[in-house]
Design a protein around this ligand. Structure first.
Ligand code: FES
Ligand SMILES: [Fe+2]
Length: 396
């Protein structure tokens, strides 16, 4: 009989105290407006992957309700990825409703002003009658940078930090993840009647695992670590990381389909000779609402787009390298995606129920125990950004 020895040794949990947290921050419209101004309108926000804009002329359109903006993200002839407001500079008409495509110019349907992939106005009928200079009529650009294959934008006209400066100590680890080499991904998008922090926090604590996921995530709960708590949690203001524990005995509990999907599959998922990454148990939480699991067979990311104080959109992606040319690879990828969705589907109802309780205004405070320190840290970072913004406004 194989004896499974305990591998669970937890690093001390960072101490942020146990003070109650104001419930209003999770539903109040005025607080949400402060978050929008203080955070989302001036922070690097991930919204795509380089594999979506593989060649000059490739583009994607993304909607950012928090900025009331639609952006076209496109690769220019020079290979640069840029982001522009989807707004014709003549009188504002949106240039495209397509979610993606390939074009070497964007022509406005209304009066045919035409723009290049570098944003420049190329032509406009009877332009001489405007008394304008073409070089002043380019599309309005939004800051856009790429790291680890991920495309980030920043609505701040003059971002205070480059993307890599913003990512700080997380940047190096992220550059080793499969997303940095990925050529495709599986995706699902969902809308949820819940505040962005409530939606995001669900993935920052394992306190709920044993109650909400005893079936789907049961294999992750072992006798040495019955609650599936992480090995380590670290704070890197405004971001955070954790090291995920995995049950050494989990393989023994798996069905043949799971074995194939996760065991055999993990290698097939990462076709090509991608070295095993040293961050395969890492979880990177990038402020404000993006996280990514580093594991090679399940390079899973989640971005939560706030839509309103009580509504959000989540985008979940799993990154793959190379085509799924064999049945085994195809099965493994589909299986991993379906499993992820399965676990998540167990969370949705309880998150929305939490929102309804909070939105009733019945509670003044909510609570985070010491194992939920990552959720507390997110609130503290949000509060700090909102307070800094208020101070700035008072001085202006
Ligand atoms: S609004 Fe676009 S050309 Fe007139
Ligand atoms: Fe969950």
């Amino acid at each position: 009989m194989n004896e499974v020895t305990s591998t669970f040794e937890q690093a001390p949990v960072p101490d942020l105290g146990l003070a109650p947290v104001p419930a209003k921050a999770y539903y109040d419209a005025e607080w949400y407006e402060l978050e929008r101004q203080a955070i989302f309108m001036r922070t690097w926000f991930p919204c795509g992957h380089v594999s979506e804009v593989p060649e000059p002329g490739s583009f994607i359109r993304r909607e950012f309700e928090f900025a009331r903006a639609s952006l076209i993200i496109t690769r220019g002839k020079d290979g640069e990825v840029r982001a522009f407001h989807n707004a014709c500079t003549h009188r504002g008409t949106q240039l495209t409703q397509d979610s993606c495509g390939k074009r070497n110019a964007f022509s406005c349907k209304y009066h045919m002003w035409t723009f290049g992939n570098d944003g420049a106005l190329i032509s406009a009928p009877e332009f001489e009658k405007f008394g304008l200079d073409k070089k002043d009529c380019g599309l309005k650009q939004v800051a856009c940078e790429v790291h680890a294959g991920l495309i980030f934008v920043n609505f701040d006209k003059t971002p205070k930090q480059s993307l890599v400066e913003f990512l700080g100590p997380l940047a190096e680890g992220m550059s080793h993840l499969p997303c940095a080499h990925a050529t495709q991904f599986s995706e699902y998008v969902y809308e949820i009647d819940a505040n962005w922090k409530l939606t995001y926090d669900n993935f920052q604590e394992n306190y709920h695992l044993r109650f909400i996921h005893p079936r789907s995530a049961g294999a992750g709960l072992g006798k040495d670590n019955p609650f599936g708590y992480p090995i380590a949690q670290e704070l890197h203001d405004p971001h955070r990381t954790q090291t995920i524990w995995s049950n050494p005995d989990a393989m023994a509990q798996m069905t043949p389909a799971q074995m194939l999907g996760l065991g055999l599959g993990a290698k097939a998922l990462m076709r090509g000779d991608v070295p095993e990454n040293p961050f395969s148990r890492a979880y990177f939480a990038v402020f404000p609402s993006f996280f990514m699991l580093g594991s090679t067979g399940n390079n899973f990311s989640h971005t939560v787009y706030p839509i309103g104080p009580e509504k959000s959109r989540g985008v979940i992606r799993l990154y793959w390298i190379g085509n799924d040319e064999t049945a085994g690879t195809r099965f493994a990828r589909e299986y991993t995606t379906a499993t992820t969705r399965d676990v998540h589907s167990e969370d949705i109802a309880v998150i929305e129920a939490g929102q309804r309780g909070l939105s009733s205004g019945a509670l003044e405070h909510i609570y985070f125990q010491e194992q939920e320190v990552l959720c507390r840290h997110l609130y503290m970072m949000v509060e700090q950004a909102v307070n800094a913004y208020k101070a700035e406004q008072r001085q202006a």
